[in-house]
Design a protein around this ligand. Structure first.
Ligand SMILES: [Zn+2]
Length: 393
């Protein structure tokens, strides 16, 4: 049995509490959370700073880890996608080593579960043996080419089948890259499962422009790869409506990035499917688009926000604490207390892991992280620039 105490405990779902002791059994299961009484409890481990549940990384691409430091920052999305596509072949052992290293990095950063996008089977072995729980989103796209949907799908279905035995779903990449036919084929794969889905959403203004009136850079971008866009008809509504009209509405669904999203659209998504979650990847947004979502629009709509790192191709670290620092640096109206809920409880709920992760609650096994170097600025707690996280359970 272990007893842990800190200056503050963040429970994940209830925010900060002080003067409490977490009691756990040897397997890390929470037995109790009790008030601290001087001289009453013996054998208490004290961690100056705060203790929080293990972090949930709601969006990552583990298989792109070898692309760390390869691309320029601030290019915007389409040139970024171009550089990802035009990467030269890389030796498989370098790719596999980078995946293993990234998995260890996330574990050291206190991450206990990851929603991970996969186009290939490269990450299977690491996922089978990791301390981290992974839910794999096998991602499908066909460059909006209905007539090619089936042949693209056949390839993704093989990848999906390879993940059998692991937590998985097949998901659309983004509205601007998935045809009607491919959406139908994806839906058939998930039809019998209660699973968790995801889609990249409104990361750049060109996505909305494509669907509003077929303007913006996507038409020429796809045509530069030889994909004809003559048959594409704009819907006259922002890209997220194209996704909503085609995705299953009875599944937990993660919308990723949402940099361009407005409050009315967030409200429409939530009335379409109340189990919708909005994942922010702040460092990746700054890396690629030099922009961040307007978080107040999500709070006004009472949406659940979660935090993701995206991949090392568009980030410097795979660390939820670093994402929290970035969000707070540019949004001082938010506070650490609120963001820790995004990083733990909301992520666990989104990935349907809240029966065992995401909060310091009896019988859960959330993992416990220790964050040092926090400070109070104008009545709000924020992490110091050099704040570090260490997993203690
Ligand atoms: Zn992504």
């Amino acid at each position: 049995m272990r007893k842990l105490r800190s200056d503050f405990i963040h429970t994940g779902d209830q925010g900060f509490i002080s003067n409490h002791v977490i009691i756990l059994d040897d397997s890390g299961t929470i037995l109790d959370l009790v008030p601290f009484e001087e001289g009453k409890n013996s054998g208490i481990e004290y961690y100056p700073g705060i203790l929080v549940p293990g972090f949930i990384n709601a969006h990552c691409h583990l298989e792109l880890s070898h692309l760390k430091g390869k691309f320029d920052t601030g290019t915007r999305l389409i040139p970024f996608l171009k550089s990802v596509v035009s990467q030269r072949e890389i030796e498989q052992d370098i790719i596999m080593q980078a995946i293993a290293d990234a998995d260890r990095e996330m574990s050291a950063e206190g991450i206990v579960a990851v929603g991970d996008i996969s186009n290939k089977t490269d990450t299977i072995q690491v996922k089978q043996n990791s301390r981290i729980h992974y839910h794999t989103f096998v991602e499908a796209f066909d460059f909006l080419q209905d007539h090619l949907a089936q042949s693209f799908f056949d390839g993704y279905k093989k990848v999906y089948d390879s993940y059998e035995g692991l937590s998985r779903a097949m998901v659309p990449h983004a509205p601007y890259s998935v045809s009607n036919t491919l959406f139908d084929l994806i839906n058939e794969v998930n039809a019998d499962d209660q699973t968790v889905l995801s889609i990249h959403n409104q990361e750049t203004i060109d996505e909305d422009l494509l669907f509003l009136d077929k303007s913006g850079a996507f038409v020429s971008f796809w045509e530069s790869f030889g994909f004809k866009m003559d048959a594409f008809k704009p819907t006259g509504k922002e890209s997220v409506y194209y996704a909503m009209d085609r995705m299953q509405k009875d599944q937990h669904t993660l919308f990723i990035h949402n940099t361009q999203m407005k409050e009315s659209q967030i409200r429409d998504v939530l009335s379409w499917n109340p189990n919708s979650f909005f994942v922010t990847c702040a460092n990746a947004n700054l890396f690629i688009e030099n922009a961040l979502p307007d978080y107040s629009q999500f709070l006004n709509a009472e949406a659940s926000l979660c935090i993701g790192t995206d991949s090392l191709s568009s980030n410097w670290h795979l660390s939820i604490l670093e994402e929290i620092k970035t969000i707070l640096r540019y949004n001082s109206f938010l506070g650490l207390e609120e963001l820790l809920t995004w990083a733990t409880f909301n992520g666990a709920k989104a990935l349907k892991l809240n029966d065992r992760l995401g909060s310091i609650t009896k019988n859960k096994q959330p993992g416990i992280n220790w964050i040092q170097d926090i400070k109070n600025v104008n009545g709000k707690w924020i992490p110091g620039k050099d704040a570090k996280v260490k997993r203690v359970v």
